[in-house]
Design a protein around this ligand. Structure first.
Ligand SMILES: C[S@@+](CC[C@H](N)C(=O)[O-])C[C@H]1O[C@@H](n2cnc3c(N)ncnc32)[C@H](O)[C@@H]1O
Length: 267
């Protein structure tokens, strides 16, 4: 508890990012990973292997949603590039230290949707969804990876909107538009683009040994369309006991190793 409080206090972030809850969420992810390290191991192994397979080398590697770098084998992929940019609206101190130790990696603290500042300024109405441009001014990427990020984009904005009485249909339409805009922006990037994201949340009631039944599923991408994935796996993000004694949450994760190719094939 004190550890998390201190981390939240010491993590640098823009005021609007902190106010919308991104710092608390990043700290909570760290605490959850420490509690559930065994359950998370397979997902982190899969994502790291995926990153290693896509980030094969070149001038500029961009890692979107780098966060705590739990799913990023930074020290293995950074030497393959002249320059590495870690992109997140919050970079914890440990991630900043790892980036600095690489010598060619830097942290860009930016909201990839471009909507966070507008939300912080807005009264009780949702602002229009901006066209994202988080890499403005940087050299073109050779490789870009969107890392367990797409499903997260609506979470804080939708909490903000719910607290202000925005109707559910309007909230969901805004959330989906944020994800659609992210996918469209990725599709327009030069170079190779890889994407990993959870696409579905599966809640299971866990009874006596051998008894478990799915009680609810949620579309983590709010209906956003995407091509067929190259790989998929399950992330046991919250085994029974984490969010409730008899309820488990698992995420279905999809990965695309070449977003441009997958999108062209789907068209
Ligand atoms: C589930 S975490 C991804 C895991 C992360 N790669 C790691 O290993 O710790 C999602 C990340 O997306 C970031 N994020 C969420 N919304 C964002 C936004 N609008 N712009 C930039 N980063 C955002 C969060 O701060 C968080 O670090």
């Amino acid at each position: 508890m004190i550890r998390e409080w201190l981390e939240a206090l010491l993590t640098p972030a823009a005021p609007e990012v902190r106010r919308l809850g991104y710092v608390s969420e990043l700290v909570a992810i760290g605490a959850r990973e420490r509690r559930q390290s065994a359950a998370w191991a397979a997902h982190l192994r899969e994502t790291r292997a995926f990153v290693e397979g896509v980030a094969t080398g070149g001038d500029h590697l961009v890692l979107l949603g780098s966060g705590r770098l739990l799913d990023v084998p930074l020290e293995r992929v950074a030497p393959r590039y002249a320059r590495v940019t870690l992109v997140d609206c919050v970079h914890p101190r440990a991630a900043r230290r790892r980036a600095a130790a690489c010598g060619n990696a830097s942290c860009l603290a930016v909201d990839v949707t471009g909507s966070v500042a507008a939300l912080a300024r807005a009264g009780h109405r949702l602002p229009p969804v901006p066209t994202p441009d988080p890499l403005a001014g940087l050299p073109e990427p050779t490789t870009t990876l969107s890392l367990n990020l797409a499903s997260q984009l609506p979470i804080m904005p939708l909490q903000w909107a719910e607290a202000r009485g925005v109707t559910e249909p309007d909230r969901l339409a805004f959330g989906r538009a944020l994800i659609d805009a992210h996918f469209a922006w990725l599709a327009a990037l030069p170079g190779r683009v890889g994407v990993v994201t959870d696409i579905r949340r599966v809640y299971t009631a866990v009874g006596p040994p051998g008894q478990a039944s799915v009680v609810e599923t949620e579309d983590a991408l709010l209906g956003a369309r995407r091509p067929s994935p190259d790989r998929q796996w399950t992330w046991d993000v919250a085994p029974a006991g984490e969010i409730a004694p008899d309820l488990a949450l698992a995420l279905e994760v999809h990965a695309w190793s070449d977003w441009h190719r997958s999108a062209a094939t789907a068209a």
